[in-house]
Write a protein that binds this ligand. Structure first.
Ligand code: AMP
Length: 280
């Protein structure tokens, strides 16, 4: 497995691969890799001839009071995991490589970027859209793999690739969970043992929503209130948002039709966690 630090090297690798008619896959990450990331690498492996995993903690998607400085960085372990899952290349650029001195160009997916996480984290999706555009035009990948875990991010990036007519196709992979239901996240390491237990309220709330919807109870307010009751039972859990939306537009829907996105964001102590389910 090769480790590239520059845009020039990754682009040259991808172009050489395409000359040999290979299918190139890209898995964008911020590192601190876990089984959720591993599932994306495996999905890429099964669909593509060559797989690049990017590891870049993108400063522009963090707000001023967020955890950019203390975000977990575990580069050596990440390389070992990526290699074990069959990655061919790690792309690990510096901040200066991705944002050349004086850079003032950003990608703004209007409206969508202000919904759900975008509403709670102003500027977040502008940073995400900008860095993913840079990764797409650098890697020139045929497919890029993202987790449903970040469902609003998927909507923003789908809109972006359609609007900019980018040639990388987005593939969305299911949420990987711990045995007890907690969605894997690099931020779970911030949780104390007690907070970790309380964080289970997120997946539990989604389970209640799924079971109500399965019994035909599909009214938005009823589903949101049922989820709020589950989260409200945990003293350290503070709801950021509960939403039933159309997955493409992220706008609220009145009833939970098949394919609707039910999403939750909540603070557990100082840690903000997200989770969601696509209703069947
Ligand atoms: P991150 O490193 O947190 O920026 O995440 C990189 C990619 O991994 C994103 O596409 C995430 O949606 C995806 N991801 C994170 N956690 C999970 C999970 N538990 N299951 C599946 N994909 C995930």
């Amino acid at each position: 497995m090769e480790i590239f630090r520059t845009v020039r090297l990754l682009r040259a690798w991808s172009r050489a691969a395409h000359k040999e008619e290979k299918i190139v896959g890209l898995v964008p990450t911020m590192g601190a890799l876990h089984a959720g990331h591993a599932s994306l690498i495996r999905a890429a492996r099964s669909r593509c001839d060559l797989v690049a995993v990017s590891i870049f903690v993108n400063p522009t998607q963090f707000g001023p009071s967020e955890d950019y400085a203390r975000y977990p960085r575990t580069f050596d372990a990440d390389c070992a995991m990526a290699q074990a899952e069959g990655a061919d290349v790690i792309f690990a650029p510096s901040v200066e490589e991705m944002y050349p001195d004086g850079a003032t160009t950003f990608v703004d997916v209007e409206d969508l970027s202000n919904r759900l996480d975008g509403q709670s984290r102003p500027g977040h999706f502008r940073g995400v859209a900008t860095v993913v555009t840079k990764l797409f035009v650098t890697a020139e990948a045929d497919f890029a793999f993202f987790g449903q875990k970040d469902a609003a991010q998927v909507s923003v990036l789908r809109r972006m690739t359609a609007d900019l007519r980018l040639s990388t196709e987005i593939v969305v992979c299911p949420i990987v969970r711990e045995a007890d239901g907690l969605a894997l996240s690099s931020r779970n390491v911030y949780l104390s043992a007690q907070q970790r237990r309380q964080a289970l309220a997120l997946s539990r709330a989604l389970g209640v929503v799924e079971s109500l919807a399965g019994r035909g109870r599909r009214d938005r307010e009823e589903l949101i209130e049922a989820a709020r009751a589950v989260l409200g039972a945990e003293p350290e859990v503070r709801v950021d948002y509960l939403a039933l939306v159309d997955w493409a537009t992220l706008l609220p829907v009145e009833t939970a039709a098949r394919g609707a996105l039910f999403a939750v964001a909540a603070w557990v102590g100082e840690t903000r966690l997200i989770d969601n389910t696509i209703l069947s």
